[in-house]
Design a protein around this ligand. Sequence first.
Ligand code: HEC
Ligand code: HEC
Length: 358
Amino acid sequence: MRIKILLSLSIVIILVIIMGAAWAQDELLNKAQTLFKPIPETLPTLKDNPLTPEKIKLGKMLYFDPRLSASNLISCNTCHNLATGGVDLQETSIGHGWQKGPRNAPTVLNSVFNIAQFWDGRAKDLAEQAGGPMQASVEMDNTPERVVAVLKSMPQYVELFKKSFSNEKDPVTFNYTTKAIEAFEATLLTPNSRFDQFLKGNTSALNAKEKEGLKLFMDKGCTTCHNGIDIGGGMFQKFGLVKSPDPAIRPPEDKGRFKVTNSAGDEFVFKVPTLRNIELTRPYFHSGKVWTLQETVRIMASVQLGIPVTDDEVDKITAFLRTLTGEQPKIEYPILPPDTDNTPRPILEILGKGSEKH
Ligand code: HEC
Ligand code: HEC
C-alpha cells in the first residue's frame, strides 16, 4: 500500500517537473517571439524601386564589377565579400591606392532591414548608400560621370539598363546604377538560422546552453537595443551609454552621428548594428578593434548596461550569438560584359576628385 502511494507520489512529482520545464520552455519562446522576428524567406518590397529579375541581375553584375572603381580593381564585393559574410575581415577598409578608411565595413547581408545605412545612418536607404563608395576617394575614387561613361561604353550594359528601367529613354544614369545595386542587395537575406527555426516553434533547434544564452541576452537587457528582424539595425544609441569605452576601442575623433546632425546629444551615437551572422563578420565595432565575440559581450555589458557578467554568462551569450548565422545567399559569379575601345582606362593614382561623403 505504502509503496503504491510513494510510487504515485513520485510520478506526480516527475510530471510536475516535466510540466515546469515545458512551461519554462514555452515562456522562453513566447518572450523571444515578442522581441524578435525571423528573417523572411520572401523578398522585401522597396519604396520607389520594384524588384524585377532583370534589375536584380543587372544589380548583381554591378555589385561585382570592379570597373565601377577608378582602378578597375575594387568592386563592392572587395569590401563586402559575399563569401565571407558580406565583409572584408579588416579592422577598417582598404580602398583605392591602398588607402585605409576610417571605419570597419558593416555587412551587406540583411542590410535592407536597417533603419538607415552607414554606422552613423547618413544614407536613408541602400540606393542612396551605394552612391557613396563609388565616389569616396578612400574607396573606389570614381565620379558619377566616369561611372556612366564606363557603363555606356559596353552595349550589353546599355541593353540591361533598358530592360530594367524600360520607361526611360536614357536609362544609363548614376541614379539607376544605385537603384539596380539596391535591388540586388535586397536579395541578400540569410533566413533559417537555428535561432529562426527556434523562433518558428522548433524548440529543439537550440541546445540547453544556447537557450540559457538567449535567456541571459533578454534578461540582462541586450534586447533594449538589439531586437527585431535584424537583432539590431533599428535604432541609434550612444556607444558608451553608461560608461565611456576605452579610447583604443572608441577613438575620440569619430563622433558618429554628431557629424550628421550636429546635435550635442549625438556625440558617439552610432546605429545599433545587426547581430545576424555575427560570428562571420569579425572584427567588431565601428573601429574594428575587437576580434573576439567574448570581448564584445564583456564590453557591451560594461559600457551599455553597467552590469557585471561572469565568464560562464559570457560563454553562454556567445553560444547564443553563434546561432544567428543563417543560410548564406547562393551566388553564381556573374560574367561581365567585355570592355570596348571606348571604355575609359583604369586610373591608379589617387585623384580624390569625388566627394568625401562615404
Ligand atoms: C573600400 C571598401 C568598400 C567598398 C569598395 C565599398 N564599401 Fe560599402 N562600406 C564600407 C565601409 C567602411 C562602410 C562603413 C562606412 C561608414 O559607416 O562610415 C560601408 C558601408 C556600407 C553599407 C551600409 C551597411 C550598414 O549596415 O550601415 C552598405 C549597404 C554598403 N557599404 C554597400 C556597398 C556597395 C553597394 C558598394 C559598391 C557600390 C560598396 N559598399 C563599396 C566599405 C566599402
Ligand atoms: C543601449 C544600447 C545597447 C545595448 C543595451 C547593447 N548594445 Fe550591443 N551595440 C550597441 C551599439 C550602439 C553598438 C555599436 C558600437 C560601435 O561600434 O559604435 C553595439 C555593438 C555590439 C556588437 C558588435 C557588433 C558588430 O558588428 O561590430 C555586439 C556583438 C553586441 N553589441 C552585443 C551586445 C550584447 C551581447 C549586449 C548585452 C550584454 C548588448 N550588445 C547590449 C548598442 C547596445
